[in-house]
Design a binder for this molecule. Structure first.
Ligand SMILES: Nc1ncnc2c1ncn2[C@@H]1O[C@H](COP(=O)(O)OP(=O)(O)OP(=O)(O)O)[C@@H](O)[C@H]1O
Ligand SMILES: [Mg+2]
Length: 247
């Protein structure tokens, strides 16, 4: 579905990514972990067509990505909602920019608002939303173009623990219902294992892919699984991969 082929990135003298290659198959949920500053956001921006790699390329269904595409949605750590637009208008924005007629926009946004539990806050402005609600609105906006691939950069990093768990479950539910392909950056070992089919580990800069952990836990995932022996063993293994990669 989405294939990173020998991607290199440097900014001036700074070598950030070295020869990164991996592939997401359709419907897969993959998490990406690695030390701060190693180039995770950079890699997502390249995948989204927001940044051109110094070398290498990214293919969406065998087609090189050279600019942002509606098939690829991106969600950042901060919701980045426009403060002067209502929640509804923020969610409709990508469709408005593409010239989708107002009535169609309305009805799609209404569905998204209802699904994400934001119907009551459709006319509220971003400053009137809680952190979790704002991030949910940003997720709604990213889903609005019905992307087949969703790139997520620590989407729940700024949320409190309980809201974060709730959002994790909601995202897994959306993913299972819609069959999207997801690549999600996270700093949390627990979150990576709880969400992913596969966890990719990047080394410190200049970063290479150092390991892949397959997560054979059954679906749907339930929060209780986090306390299982199998989960603990996977977490220990991932921790050791990350430790080795920063040594
Ligand atoms: N546009 C840019 N110009 C110059 N340097 C950049 C640019 N974007 C990123 N960098 C540098 O590239 C490196 C990787 O940055 P990036 O944001 O991708 O890291 P990260 O892995 O996402 O870190 P974090 O976990 O803290 O979010 C950093 O050293 C950063 O300073
Ligand atoms: Mg980052």
């Amino acid at each position: 579905m989405l294939k990173f082929e020998s991607v290199w990135q440097r900014f001036g003298a700074l070598e950030v990514l070295q020869n990164i290659s991996f592939e997401l198959t359709a419907g897969e949920f993959v998490c990406l972990v690695g030390p701060s500053g190693c180039g995770k956001t950079t890699l997502l921006r390249i995948g989204a067509g927001l940044l051109k790699a110094s070398a290498g390329r990214v293919l969406l269904k065998a087609e090189p990505i050279t600019a942002p595409r509606p098939e690829i949605g991106i969600l950042f750590q901060q919701p980045n909602l426009l403060p002067y637009l209502s929640t509804r208008a923020n969610i409709e924005l990508p469709l408005a920019l593409r010239g989708v007629p107002r009535a169609e926009r309305r009805s799609l946004a209404q569905n998204a608002l209802a699904q994400l539990g934001l119907a009551e806050f459709a006319e509220a402005y971003p400053s009137q939303l809680s952190g979790g609600m704002a991030q949910r609105a940003a997720l709604g906006r990213a889903l609005m173009q019905n992307p087949s691939v969703l790139l997520m950069d620590e989407p729940f990093g700024a949320l409190d623990a309980l809201t974060r768990e709730q959002m994790q479950l909601e995202l897994l539910d959306i993913w299972q219902r819609t069959g999207k392909t997801i690549l999600m950056v996270t700093h949390s070992i627990t979150e990576a294992i709880f969400m992913a089919d596969r966890v990719l580990v990047l080394t410190a800069r200049p970063s290479k892919l150092s390991a892949t952990l397959c997560v054979p836990l059954p679906r749907p995932r339930r929060l209780e699984m986090i306390h299982s022996a199998e989960f603990g063993a996977l977490a220990a293994q991932l921790r050791s991969y990350i430790g080795m990669s920063s040594a």
